[in-house]
Ligand binder design. Structure first.
Ligand SMILES: Cc1ncc(COP(=O)(O)O)c(C=O)c1O
Length: 368
């Protein structure tokens, strides 16, 4: 009997696995599996959301006009080149939908954010993975992977799950090596955490005809559940994406909260300060426990288990203590865990639990 068949490529997609959120039996749960903000959302954002709740019967402004203007003012950009989306995920998906035809290729760093492969395959495209060096995207490898079928080069800068980034000169070199019809999509979900010497690609995008930058309110702004992100496009690309974007893709409460969150400089700085304090602390503590940590510009760390220690066992040992981290087998990193920077209590519980795990006899060691 004939049954409906999805377009070719969809059967090859490994569905996105979100970070776990349950730790059954644990007295307190510290969710360090999805790079969410331990500080929550700005009180100003919550207030703006509450005020917008009185108009839930009305469709939102489909163009997110006030939010786009505020973003443009804040970053020195043109509002007509900004589009808001249901998370930056939607923006990334729309670019693939609008610009990939069946069999077209997208170049993605080997450990690049997994959504890039999903949106490529979902639109009939072929992901071409480019080798990395020390868990960092490699411009030469990416340029070598470009063929006449390439339409998009995806790069999260800094990247999830590695936390690494490419300096501005390397981004410019990558862009300079691409044919003008190939889109360079720079996903800057962790921009606000990165700081010096990382630099945004927004200036490059402003001057180029083929560069897109995406940002999100899900990370440092603590609004992951509201689903708001945005992209900065060349004019012609913004017009094309606007033709296929669902008309009311960002709710009114989300637009109001995002604008207020962006304008709350004090809260933003507090979130940055928290990360600047605790990320190095975690890095030091993990190193002292004999774990290797990939240098991170984000609000999480890529932690590598030593010989004889299993990441799966570490995951389970932490879970029992209520600490949820992210296994990375799906990325081909079975010996690593991705761990978000949490609250002070979460971070201390994490390190205490990890220390207990590290003292256990090694896998395959003598257990008498
Ligand atoms: C690199 C990267 N890009 C994009 C996203 C998606 O964020 P959003 O919540 O805006 O869809 C994430 C979320 O984890 C991410 O890590």
């Amino acid at each position: 009997m004939k049954t409906p068949i999805p377009r070719p490529g969809i059967d090859k997609i490994a569905a996105y696995v979100p970070g776990a959120s349950q730790a059954p039996g644990a007295p307190r749960v510290f969710k360090l599996s999805s790079n969410e903000s331990p500080l929550g959302a700005s009180p100003a954002a919550i207030q703006a959301l509450s005020a917008a709740v009185t108009s839930l019967q009305l469709y939102p402004d489909g163009a997110s006009t006030a939010l786009r203007q505020a973003l443009a003012d804040r970053h020195g950009l043109e509002a007509e080149r900004i589009l808001c989306g249901c998370g930056s995920n939607e923006i990334i998906g729309l670019v693939a939908q609008a610009y990939l035809d069946s069999g077209d290729e997208a170049v993605i760093p080997r450990y690049g954010f997994s959504e890039f492969e999903i949106v490529t395959r979902a639109n009939g495209g072929v992901p071409v993975m480019a080798a990395e060096t020390d868990f960092t995207a490699d411009v030469d490898a990416m340029l070598a992977a470009v063929t006449p079928r390439t339409r998009i080069v995806f790069l999260a800068n800094p990247n999830n799950p590695t936390g690494t980034f490419l300096p501005a000169a390397e981004i410019r070199r990558l862009h300079a090596g691409l044919p003008p019809h190939v889109i360079l999509l720079l996903d800057e979900a962790y921009a606000e955490y990165a700081g010096n010497p990382w630099e945004s690609g927004l200036a490059l995008a402003r001057a180029a005809q083929n560069v897109v930058v995406t940002r999100t309110f899900s990370k440092i702004f603590g609004l992951a559940s509201l689903r708001v992100g945005w992209g900065y496009f060349p004019v012609a690309m913004a017009e094309a994406i606007n033709r296929i974007r669902f008309p009311f893709n960002v709710s009114s409460v989300a637009q109001a909260a995002a604008k207020a969150a962006m304008e709350d400089e004090v809260f933003l700085q507090a979130a940055r300060d928290h990360n600047d304090r605790w990320r190095p602390w975690l890095e030091r503590e993990f190193t002292a426990l004999g774990l290797r940590v990939t240098p991170s510009a984000c609000n999480f760390l890529l932690v590598h288990l030593p010989e004889g220690k299993s990441a799966a066992e570490a995951y389970n040992a932490l879970l029992i203590q209520g600490v949820i981290v992210r296994p990375l087998s799906a990325y081909g990193l079975p010996k690593a865990l991705r761990i978000s920077v949490g609250s002070e209590e979460g971070n201390r519980t994490l390190i205490r639990s990890f220390a207990t795990f590290m003292k256990r006899p090694a896998v395959g060691g003598n257990i008498s």
